[in-house]
Write a protein that binds this ligand. Structure first.
Ligand SMILES: Nc1nc2c(ncn2[C@@H]2O[C@H](COP(=O)(O)OP(=O)(O)O)[C@@H](O)[C@H]2O)c(=O)[nH]1
Ligand SMILES: [Mg+2]
Length: 347
């Protein structure tokens, strides 16, 4: 055995390399559509790969998955770190699978490469759901910018849906731009809050309240319950100041305990109500169409930008232009115009 290993180790690793390289997209998609979670995991890895050779295969996989007729609900879950998103998903996810749904959980956390601890934390927090045959949990790809994570997550959603997952939960860390990008990829946006965490209404970033279709005060248990009830009333009052959403929806406020499993069903009722109302008016489909259009524009912008800054002439010239701009010899607009002309003629 030992001998064999040393004799063959090179050969074996060559085979393994080849195997890793040559993915047959059609075979992979076939297995994935049959509900094979390993195939789904491999397809997501392919989509996440930054290797140029994988791009063609990844595109083929996504395109084939797009052809699948799917029915899904995409729910974004946001809130500050520690508010209980992962714990909530563990409890909420189990309710959803018990009702016959197949649940996929994706996370958008561009910081996850720096804070490996949070992934470990999430895995232990979703222990039961992780073992549920009708659930699939995939942490945020690491080592990518927010733009990179966003794109990969969007494509992963398509793959999960083709694999038969009917509810997609996207957990996002409530910092910076993350919420905005996740809001743009889901049907329903749920904001988790804590009661009694300082001045509730002062601490809210206005933009996030405007994005939320539902607000849940989490950790409504023990001594916290009374505070949670008060916070609910405060949020409801505050929300009256906002106009209803495009589809006439007024965001709902409720409270729950993810640990004690109370108030969870009410949240699903709110989301179901939202989905059936917005499907009836055609808003649901319209929103998804609009999101798809926006993704195209964003993808073009991202790609152009990346190509521009990678261009060898640009990398050579840009410092000179920057210096001239800083020393006010030329205007930033003129510099941009010149650089873009250089870029256009170089390609
Ligand atoms: N008392 C109580 N604690 C909770 C509840 N939900 C989460 N927690 C705790 O809050 C901490 C952070 O939870 P976690 O799910 O990791 O938050 P995340 O960072 O938003 O994903 C953990 O210690 C949880 O046990 C809840 O409903 N009640
Ligand atoms: Mg978490």
């Amino acid at each position: 055995m030992e001998n064999n290993k040393s004799l063959d180790s090179k050969g074996i690793s060559e085979i393994q390399k080849k195997r890793k390289k040559s993915v047959d997209p059609s075979q992979l998609v076939k297995a994935l559509i049959n509900g094979d979670k390993t195939a789904l995991g491999r397809a997501i890895t392919l989509v996440e790969s930054n290797n140029k050779n994988h791009l063609k295969e990844a595109n083929a996989v996504v395109t084939q998955c797009l052809q699948q007729k799917t029915k899904s609900i995409r729910i974004g879950i946001t809130g500050v770190p520690g508010v209980g998103k992962s714990t909530f998903i563990e409890t909420f996810g189990q309710l959803l699978t018990s009702l016959g749904n197949k649940v996929a959980v994706l996370t958008v956390d561009p910081t996850s490469s720096q804070s490996k601890g949070s992934i470990l934390g999430d895995k232990t927090r979703m222990e039961v759901l992780a073992k549920d045959p009708n659930a699939f949990i995939r942490p945020s790809p690491s080592g990518l910018s927010l733009g990179g994570v966003t794109r990969k997550t969007r494509e992963s959603i398509i793959l999960c849906e083709a694999a038969g997952f009917t509810i997609i939960l996207v957990e996002t860390v409530g910092v910076g731009q993350n919420e905005t990008t996740v809001h743009a990829m889901v049907d329903f946006f749920l904001l988790l809050k804590l009661a009694g965490a300082g001045d509730e209404l002062q601490g809210i970033k206005r933009g996030i309240i405007e994005m939320a279709d539902g607000i849940v005060i989490n950790k409504a248990d023990g001594d916290n319950l009374t505070q949670a009830k008060i916070a609910k009333t405060e949020f409801e009052r505050a929300l009256q100041l906002y106009p209803p959403k495009g589809n006439g929806w007024r965001p709902k406020v409720t409270y729950c305990s993810s640990i004690e499993n109370s108030g969870i069903k009410e949240i699903w009722d709110i989301i179901s109500d939202y989905i059936s109302t917005s499907k009836a008016t055609g808003y649901f489909e319209e929103k998804r169409r609009q999101q798809n259009k926006n993704w195209l524009y964003e993808a073009i912008e991202d790609q152009l930008k990346a190509d521009f800054f990678k261009d060898s002439k640009i990398t050579k010239e840009i410092d000179g232009y920057l210096n001239q701009v800083v020393s006010k010899k030329i205007s930033p607009f003129y510099a941009a115009d010149q650089l873009i002309t250089i870029f256009k003629t170089s390609s």
